[in-house]
Write a protein that binds this ligand. Structure first.
Ligand code: ZN
Length: 199
């Protein structure tokens, strides 16, 4: 097991459009090891998704996993409000994402490349992703809620887009201040509290 260094915002690799993988590359030791190392790195962080640019490789490769253990401190109501359900480990290669609804959901999210920060990011509630898995098999994922958010976040990374490009900028907070001031508040309450004061 090898843990990879996760690059932080400001690294140019996070602003590049990642190169698609040739399916023949998936069988190489280099890519197999990269997938294993990305999985281990994501779990150690811990995070629910990791895109190859985040470990300095400009490749269209993503790993995702949202295991039940990560939900242990959340109430059933919180999980339901986020439409968050367990997602088993999987790999997406060369994903193509399409938005499947006009519904937009705003929620606080973080990023392993924005270590120590959270921000409200509006995302489509439902998306469809066509991709290949690590074996070169075609996969289609149709996702709603939190999983749809993860997919949009990770596919954004492959296009040089990071969460601050889509955030409601006045909601940016350190993780510590998120816990202290915002975690128990609804989104509209947060928006109201941080709104630009009338001059
Ligand atoms: Zn991220």
């Amino acid at each position: 097991m090898a843990l990879l260094e996760i690059v932080q915002v400001g690294d140019p690799v996070l602003r590049q459009r990642a190169r698609p993988l040739e399916l023949a590359e998936l069988a190489t030791d280099r890519i197999k090891k990269l997938v294993d190392d990305m999985r281990d790195t994501m779990r150690a962080a811990p995070g629910v998704g990791l895109a190859a640019p985040q470990i300095g490789q400009s490749l269209q490769l993503v790993v995702i996993e949202d295991p039940p253990a990560y939900h242990a401190k959340m109430t059933p109501e919180e999980l339901a409000a986020r439409e968050r359900e367990a997602v088993p480990f999987h790999v997406l290669v060369n994903p193509v994402l399409t938005v499947r609804t006009t519904d937009v959901v705003a929620a606080f999210e973080g990023c392993l490349s924005f270590n120590g920060f959270s921000m409200i990011v509006p995302r489509a509630r439902k998306v469809r992703v066509e991709a290949y898995d690590e074996n070169g098999e075609r996969v289609v994922k149709v996702a709603t809620g939190w999983y749809a958010r993860i997919l949009q976040h990770e596919v954004d990374h492959l296009n040089g887009i990071v969460c601050c490009d889509r955030m409601e900028s006045r909601t940016l907070t350190t993780t510590a201040n998120f816990s202290k001031h915002w975690s128990q508040k609804g989104i509209s309450e947060v928006r109201e509290a941080v709104a630009l004061p009338e001059s």
